[in-house]
Design a protein around this ligand. Structure first.
Ligand SMILES: Nc1nc2c(ncn2[C@@H]2O[C@H](COP(=O)(O)OP(=O)(O)O)[C@@H](O)[C@H]2O)c(=O)[nH]1
Ligand SMILES: [Mg+2]
Length: 468
């Protein structure tokens, strides 16, 4: 589908800063009527209340007036950005008013009375995309920047906004366009089969491209973890030191620690950053066979959390012999990403690393003392190492794939290319061959947004906040 203007030419307005207490609020306006509206409501001085011309991209001091009463509403700074040199590509303005709850809302109401309408979530960025200011992958990166939780996540979002992913996709597209041109050159000679040299070249080039895309696809797992963090469950039988370990990891007393087994009956969730990764950490009730009904509910919940977790930190008390409850925990981590904290290393040990190697690789076991805080840094290093192989993404310019939408599109592209290779081998006609390449191109176009539907756009931009 061609990119068309899928919206009316309404002028939209929204408060772009976080609502609530704050020194300044920024109100954003975009659309055809922006400059007229500003002329109506912004006055630079009393004698010459509404000057005809304000230079684009210049900040002016003045007051917002209520056009009905001509009363001053607030003292503000106002800047206009004339089309096409603005974020949306349309005429835009920003009013920097006093913050708080009342003033920005009052100004917004005046804007609505003067002909603007409330902006939908992400509508400024949607307009930027529709007006060709950025492609779809770049537009998506705008929310990623706002939502970034870690340095590395932010760096990845910045790279994507700068167009690093789009550029890579562009390289793939260029290669496909070359392949397509070569095939289309054959269409004029339908009675002749494509010669061997050309065939071999097409096959080699396609294989090379499939490999390149494969390398990018492989970054998805890490990219997703860097961007969204990872759901992590602390698992172990009661009293092994799970809550103490959580407290060490978050470095504050949040989970309730008690010498009596079975204290953490539901679960506690904390978000923390470990070595650049956002961990959504859940401390659970201890897993053990119990007849206590309420504790049993906690145990069930712990098992459920273990199933949902993408990473498990299993805690074993090394000062006691392994029992059936420990074995149940070890059984649960078998098919998961997991590390073991062999805890209470500060007192006499009955369990050694070697006793656990039947269940987990030795290098995933860390001796800790949640009481003294030893082994915690090693545990953090181990978690990072387990999740991300790349050294430090905040310092590298390597891009990672982090959106499922992008991954699926690249997979579809690869499938079309494989079908193309198959078709060459079975001697299909050039027209037929061209079809697969066009499909592959379309899949790439979905990522950058040349090929899109209102449905996809709706889903992407509804995740934005209002004013973005
Ligand atoms: N000596 C020692 N005691 C610990 C350690 N970790 C936890 N404890 C103690 O073990 C008991 C149970 O700890 P808690 O964190 O509530 O265990 P949970 O039931 O697994 O959450 C408490 O008395 C803690 O002080 C440790 O590394 N060494
Ligand atoms: Mg506990």
């Amino acid at each position: 589908m061609k990119k068309t203007r899928q919206y009316d030419d309404d002028t939209i307005a929204a408060i772009a800063t976080a609502q609530g207490d704050g020194g300044i609020a920024v109100i954003r306006i975009s659309g055809e009527r922006t400059l007229d509206i500003i002329k109506d409501i912004f006055s630079r001085d009393r004698k010459n209340p509404r000057p005809a011309e304000m230079e684009s991209h210049h900040m002016y001091h003045g007051h917002i007036l209520d056009p009905e009463s001509d009363k001053r509403v607030d003292e503000v700074l106002c800047v206009q950005m004339k089309s096409p040199n603005s974020y949306t590509g349309e005429n835009m303005a920003e009013i920097h008013s006093h913050g708080g709850h009342l003033v920005p809302k009052k100004i917004l109401e005046i804007l609505f009375k003067s002909g603007a309408r409330p902006a939908n979530p992400g509508e400024f960025t949607l307009r930027a995309y529709l007006n060709g200011k950025m492609d779809l992958a770049q537009a998506e990166a705008v929310t990623d920047i706002v939502n970034a939780q870690t340095e590395e996540g932010l760096k990845q979002a910045e790279l994507q906004l700068e167009g690093a992913l789009s550029e890579r996709i562009g390289q793939y597209k260029d290669r496909l366009a070359d392949i397509l041109a070569e095939i289309e050159a054959q269409v004029d000679f339908p009675e002749e089969d494509i010669d061997h040299i050309t065939k071999d070249r097409l096959i080699d080039n396609t294989n090379e491209l499939i490999e390149k895309i494969g390398i990018l696809l492989k970054t998805y797992e890490e990219g997703r973890i860097i961007k969204y963090g990872i759901a992590t469950t602390i698992l172990g039988k009661p009293n092994v030191g799970k809550s103490s370990l959580l407290n060490q990891l978050i470095r504050k007393e949040r989970a309730i620690v008690s010498p009596q087994p079975g204290t953490t009956r539901d679960f506690i969730e904390e978000s923390i950053e470990i070595r650049g990764i956002a961990l959504k950490l859940t401390d659970t009730a201890g897993i053990r066979a119990t007849t206590d009904e309420i504790e049993g509910l906690g145990v069930e919940l712990a098992k459920k959390k273990a199933l949902e977790a993408e990473l498990i930190i299993a805690v074993i008390d090394s000062s006691n012999d392994l029992d059936n409850d420990d074995l149940e925990v070890l059984e649960r981590i078998k098919n998961s990403k997991a590390v073991i904290a062999l805890n209470k290393a500060d007192i006499h040990s009955k369990i050694m690393e070697n006793d656990l190697t039947a269940h987990i690789h030795k290098n995933r076991i860390i001796r800790t003392s949640a009481k003294l805080g030893t082994g915690i840094e090693e545990l953090k290093d181990k978690i990072r190492e387990l999740l991300i192989q790349t050294k430090n993404l905040s310092e590298s310019n390597e891009i990672t794939l982090s959106e499922l939408r992008h991954k699926l599109a690249l997979e579809r592209c690869t499938l079309s290319l494989k079908s193309f290779l198959q078709a060459i081998l079975t001697g299909e006609s050039p027209e037929f061959l061209a079809l697969d390449i066009r499909l592959a191109l379309d899949s790439l176009g979905e990522i950058t947004g040349e090929v899109t539907t209102e449905d996809i756009l709706g889903r992407i931009f509804s995740k934005f906040c209002i004013g973005k």
